[in-house]
Design a protein around this ligand. Sequence first.
Ligand code: ZN
Length: 457
Amino acid sequence: MLRICSLLVLVAWSAWAAPVDWIWSARYVITMNAQRRVIENGAVAIRGERIVAAGARSEIDRDYQAKQRLDRPEAIIAPGFINTHGHAPMVLLRGIADDLRLQEWLEKYIFPAEARNVTPDFVRWGTRLACLEMLLGGTTTFTDMYYFEDAIAETARECGMRGVLGETIIGFPSPDAKTPADALRFTEKFLARFHGDPLIVPAVAPHAIFTNSDETLRACRTLANRYSAPLLIHLSETRTENDDSLKKRKMTPTAALNALGVLTGWTVAAHGVWLTDADMQILKTRDTGLAHNPSSNMKLASGIAPVVKILSLGIAMGLGTDGVAGSNNDHDMMEEIDLAAKLQKVATGDPQALPAPQAFAMATILGARALHMDKLIGSLEKDKRADILTVSLSSAHAVPMYNVYSQLAYALKGSDVTDVMVNGRPIVRDRRMLTLDARPIMAKAAEYQERIKKSLR
Ligand SMILES: [Zn+2]
């Protein structure tokens, strides 16, 4: 009798519980929704590419019936990290030369190494390595400006990773474009090819104001607006860039871009280290998103971006790793969270500056806002894309835990990330990438290291 009753209950429940593809549960679910809800013993239900619900595990288990599930009682579930600025394939030049002045580093190492080695094959294997590293560290979206960007987009798709990607447009010959006009033609084809892709947001990426003519910059904006695409650009990274602009144009780089009309539309600018108050007002009015790159700014001695001020004005600023060739030597977003929070304390002399929850927001929902993609990603909420990670709480440096945000910002590491899902598809499980075999990627990285070393002799 008891058996019949339980069977009836089960039948009634399965008829009532809504079917979903996945339920992920953990000790804590960090939603990053508007109320910044943290759910103890929480779960997330996923159907197709979307989140159906995030809530208490008991409620999710009652309301949904999953085809598959992942239960991590000693872990945190959080939105996947959003890297708002980088140059993925440069990872093959990781640590090629460090602790040098920017000009020497560029002229002696980076430019010759790139001129002799950057081919579609280099870009493909470099992106595979970068995606492997980023995904294992919990990054689900990356922003990129490099060369042969079509190979980067194909590789991101192959890995199942989300990308905001743009071919670098620069005023001197690059590995795949003799002139900026060539790069613009490449970009237009790229925009047409990847328009509407579920994972790739194709972008227009002029390198910076000081490496492009006004005419090219204006053409970039026109092209981006024609395709409703974002424009990615470096902005006010160094003091020299600002000083030169003031000398040449009697305006800061931000004011000059604004005067040229380049900020009229969807824009994501990297760095913003030397922004003036007037610059910040322009960026706020134009709704320009910003990418803060603490590792890069520290390592190249570029300065400290006024992050606290920028965020207090309501400008969206996310975090980025920048290129992993020397301006940063890894793609670890958890390290950027930690450094961003501490750097603002150093800069302001105030230990309350950029507290842990806000620094964590920069890597998730604020990063999504900076990319103008917060309707799709950045938090765990109904109807958003299922870009999710789990972070283990089992290691020695994870206990005890009094505050979940402080643990995430200051104690846990990228290597604690255990599982990753992008667009509803599991990509990392138990710290192993499911979409690509890591072994040939590691072997190719070693092969390229030898080849690049020889090319510099
Ligand atoms: Zn950069």
